[in-house]
Design a protein around this ligand. Structure first.
Ligand code: NAD
Ligand code: WQD
Length: 340
């Protein structure tokens, strides 16, 4: 049997870009996604871009029988685990749904992997596990903090479960990838982020204002101790993020144990800098109003990406202008996303 990579959540935003990168690198890919926050159209577009097809299985990571049948039918070399719920505000309203999907679902997946003797895993973690950072930039040796919401806690819990797993069984080879703020889209404008309803995140919100779907952006606070008073984040192009997964995959396949890598650019930008970069790239005005701080937000957060650069041989190749230009192309070509 040909060796395959199983991508859970592969129809979603980061998963679809990574599926594309895997197919382009010659991997055989199986996507498992319950389409809770995505559409199969993303994978049809991936096929259009690269001329290769990922096997799609509609289903849930919490379905142990389904997982067992996937591992029995395919020779899986590694799992890239993106599947989960990710809306911070919703996680406060529905904590059990978040713990069930993100924590219980991950446990079922890891049990099925172990039963099938598949021990190579890349897990989608988040910079949110650092909580309120004590120092900047944030390196992997910074202690994890106290995430301010159930979503963030679910990511930290899975990290801790995986650390225990790696201690209990030496065959596990695990990459914990802590993403900073993923933005942007494939240069073709065929795949990109397709949020449900009104976006929570800054860049999708800006682009929906720019395209005329939303009236104006609310800037959450301009009294932070930052360059211009607005929040500073490390925005990373989704294509660079996808490539980071390929690099991590190559490393874990050749080793064992558990490793954490930050995937960020090392450069922070404020909300006002983001607005102005978008306006320049898109040549449209983005009306905004400064409002109160959003509860749970931190002032600033950017990565020290040295460890990933040195150990994964990975480097970001897209700058802020690329992120904004590609976001805008995707938004303009697909004002209603995938139409899911
Ligand atoms: P997304 O919602 O676009 O993708 C997640 C995918 O998982 C969706 O296609 C959804 O349908 C699927 N899914 C959800 N629950 C499932 C389940 N129980 N079984 C099978 N499929 C399921 O989100 P994304 O932005 O692509 O994020 C991917 C991963 O990266 C998530 O784990 C997220 O927590 C993590 N992450 C995202 C960000 C970000 O800002 N986008 C930052 C840090 C970490
Ligand atoms: C960025 C900046 C806001 C919207 C979140 C999650 C995190 C991770 C990524 C998954 C902040 C400001 C935003 C708006 C604004 N997800 N902002 N007006 O909060 O850094 O991270 O997404 O792991 O867990 O918390 O990203 O894009 O929401 O905000 O002024 O309408 O933009 O205050 O300074 P955040 P974001």
């Amino acid at each position: 049997m040909k060796q395959s990579i199983l991508v859970t959540g592969g129809a979603g935003y980061i998963g679809s870009h990574t599926t594309l990168a895997l197919l382009e690198a010659g991997h055989d890919v199986i996507v498992l996604d319950n389409l809770a926050n995505s559409s199969q159209e993303s994978l049809r577009r991936v096929e259009r871009i690269c001329g290769k097809t990922a096997t799609f299985i509609e289903g849930d990571i919490r379905d142990r029988e389904l997982l067992d049948s996937i591992f029995a039918r395919h020779s899986i070399q590694a799992v890239l685990h993106f599947a989960g719920l990710k809306a911070v505000g919703e996680s406060v309203q529905q904590p059990l749904a978040y713990y069930e999907n993100n924590v219980s679902g991950s446990i079922v997946l890891f049990q099925a992997m172990a039963a099938a003797n598949v021990f190579n895993l890349v897990f989608s973690s988040s910079a949110t596990v650092y909580g309120e950072p004590k120092e900047m930039p944030i390196s992997e040796s910074c202690p994890t903090g106290t995430p301010t919401n159930p979503y963030g806690r679910s990511k930290l819990m899975v990290e801790e479960i995986l650390r225990d797993l790696a201690i209990s069984e030496s065959r596990w080879s695990i990459a914990l990838l802590r993403y900073f703020n993923p933005v942007g889209a494939h240069v073709s404008g065929l795949i990109g982020e397709d949020p449900n309803g009104i976006p929570n995140n800054l860049v999708p919100y800006i682009s929906q204002v720019a395209v005329g779907k939303l009236q104006q952006l609310s800037v959450y606070g301009n009294d932070y101790p930052t360059i211009d008073g607005t929040g500073v984040r490390d925005y990373i192009h989704v294509i660079d993020l996808a490539n980071g997964h390929l690099k991590a995959l190559n490393v874990i396949i050749e080793s064992t144990g558990i490793n954490t890598w930050n995937l960020g650019t090392g450069q922070g930008y404020s909300v006002l800098q983001m607005i102005s970069a978008f306006e320049q790239a898109a040549n449209v005005e983005v009306p905004y109003a400064v409002v109160a701080r959003r509860s749970g937000d931190i002032a600033e957060c950017w990565a020290d990406p040295k460890k990933a650069i040195q150990e994964l041989g990975w480097k970001t190749q897209h700058n802020l202008e690329d992120m904004m230009r590609d976001t805008w192309r995707w938004q303009q070509k697909n004002p209603n996303g995938f139409g899911k």
